[in-house]
Design a protein around this ligand. Structure first.
Ligand code: GLU
Length: 270
């Protein structure tokens, strides 16, 4: 079965709950571990694109706010503060492992407008050719859902779009839960984890519910949407829990989290 073991280009999406503590301060141990594993995967010859959330959360933590601002401009301001802090941390920590990084901020317009899209593809390709790790987030300064409905809105969907743009073979969604469950495991002890999904049906989407952590915006629903978008382009997709060692496990061929198998691969293996 073609899967992440053989993937040369992998998009990894990490959420706010992995990158920050409950109080919004950066979880340096977690960020450092993630950067170390990604650097090692790059050293082994893989090309990695990191899609990161956390700008808003880190901004709120840095400014010592108790809660997310209720107004759009206030949230934009906090995301702008946090994006800067987050990139500073990534750049510093990746540099310790000998890696170079680049910030790529995108909006829906950039990935839908043919001219902008082509520019994004060429820039990403140039970065990867130079062994630079592109670190992508939505451009929260200009992507304002409340005002225009024109943003992508969550980084799960953004990561699938990016995976398609860069022609990745695999997409890994790192989150605070170890895969997709048949029921919400936070509320139901009998919930069972699903290791492989061969087809994303309406029933599966229904089952995913809306479970997500307080600090991020993506729950399972947006992860299923991302998996559907990526799988439609033949990109196999994984949901794994926050421990970056799961990236080693996946690339070593072990079964962790939930694997969404693209239809083309599922059919060819029947
Ligand atoms: N772009 C937002 C941020 O960096 C996150 C969106 C998401 O969590 O999906 O805070």
């Amino acid at each position: 079965m073609a899967n992440i073991q053989n993937a040369k280009r992998i998009v990894i999406k990490v959420g706010t709950s992995t990158l920050t503590y409950e109080n919004g301060k950066p979880n340096i141990r977690s960020i450092d571990h993630l950067c170390r594993v990604i650097s090692d995967l790059c050293n082994s010859g893989r090309e990695i694109v990191l899609v990161t959330s956390g700008a808003l959360g880190v901004g709120i933590g840095k400014m010592g706010l108790e809660e997310r601002p209720t107004d759009t401009a206030g949230r934009q301001a906090m995301a702008a503060v946090g994006q800067c802090e987050l990139m500073f941390l990534y750049d510093k920590i990746f540099a310790e492992y000998g890696m170079k990084t680049a910030q790529v901020l995108l909006t829906r317009y950039d990935v839908e407008n043919e001219f902008h899209k082509q520019n994004v593809i060429e820039c990403m390709s140039a970065l990867l050719d130079m062994s630079i790790i592109p670190i992508v987030n939505e451009n929260d300064t200009v992507a304002i859902d409340e005002l225009t409905g024109s943003n992508i809105g969550d980084n799960d969907n953004l990561s699938a779009i990016v995976a398609r743009l860069v022609g990745a073979q695999s997409l890994v969604l790192i989150t605070d839960i170890d895969g997709l469950y048949n029921r919400n495991p936070r509320e139901d002890d009998s919930a069972v984890q699903i290791p492989v999904v061969l087809e994303i049906t309406d029933a599966l989407k229904e089952m995913a519910g809306g479970s997500g952590s307080k600090r991020g915006t993506g729950g399972m629903v947006t992860k299923i949407q991302a998996a559907e978008c990526a799988c439609a382009a033949g990109i196999d997709t994984y949901i794994v829990s926050s421990d970056p060692n799961n990236l080693y496990a996946l690339t070593d061929g072990k079964v962790v989290g939930t694997h969404f198998v693209p239809p083309s691969i599922a059919v060819s293996n029947e």
